[in-house]
Write a protein that binds this ligand. Structure first.
Ligand code: ATP
Length: 235
């Protein structure tokens, strides 16, 4: 497994947001975490990327224990985070936002290759590269957020609610982008409220309820699971 989370717990003071969660991500795989608001999905992503420190458990990446590494060390090792809400620097240009994703890369040729990759996959961002990021639509801002993560040359992408607040037609575009990332060999942990979309894209899924995994398995099986259908697929 490329990424393995073993029994992690996350506390915010006395609140235990993640109560002993284990999951694994294989190379080239998409794994999704689904669950209601507050189930602990974002906290798990933040624990992987070093933004919160788990109170127990281990996170192994590519054979190394990264549980207590700094966020920049974790990015440098190949794990990039696309945060919930895109987190643009709205008063900076699209291109400057993208360049921020490469802040650990010194080689200007590598940065230029990264920008070329982003502009090839998101032609609209090339057209708008000098505009302020805050002037873009929600879907375009999501593309900047994904492009910015790609600028760090990751092997793993952690994606938090990429479809949030986007019109259905734009959600389809973002779904196609996620599929392209997988086809290019990336491994992805996808957090989504839109369980149907997430399970269509992912190979495997984990259902989270109040900080614990209550169900997991192949996406196709979860899509047909009556409990998942009742609680998350709105049937
Ligand atoms: P959402 O979709 O709303 O982001 P989530 O499944 O990602 O939900 P988390 O954001 O991980 O859930 O939150 C899990 C629990 O931890 C919630 O009860 C939340 O209120 C709490 N929590 C999250 N961040 C903090 C924080 N910085 N301080 C205190 N409590 C927090």
């Amino acid at each position: 497994m490329l990424l393995e989370i073993r029994n992690i717990r996350v506390h915010y003071d006395k609140i235990e947001a993640v109560k002993g969660v284990s999951l694994q991500l294989g190379k080239g795989e998409i794994v999704t975490l689904i669950g209601a608001n507050g189930a602990g999905k974002t906290s798990i992503l933040k624990a992987i990327s070093g933004l919160v420190r788990p109170s127990a458990g281990e996170i192994l990446y590519d054979g190394a224990d990264i549980t207590r590494r700094s966020p920049s060390d974790i990015v440098a090792r190949g794990i990039s985070h696309v945060p919930e809400g895109r987190r643009m620097f709205k008063l900076m240009s699209v291109q400057d936002n993208l360049r921020l994703g490469a802040y650990l890369i010194r080689d200007s040729k590598v940065i230029a290759e990264g920008l070329a990759w982003v502009y090839e996959h998101f032609p609209i961002l090339k057209q708008k590269c000098n505009q302020l990021a805050g002037q873009l639509s929600g879907g375009q801002q999501q593309m900047v957020a994904i492009g910015r993560a790609m600028m760090a040359r990751p092997r793993v992408i952690l994606m938090d609610e990429p479809s949030l607040g986007l019109a259905p037609i734009i959600v389809d575009e973002i779904a196609a982008i996620i599929t392209t990332l997988k086809q290019s060999g990336l491994s992805i942990v996808l957090v989504e409220q839109n369980a149907h979309l997430a399970l269509k894209l992912a190979d495997r899924g984990f259902v989270l309820e109040t900080g614990s995994v209550t169900l997991s398995g192949k996406s196709a099986d979860l899509l047909g699971n009556p409990e998942v259908i009742r609680a998350y697929l709105g049937a």
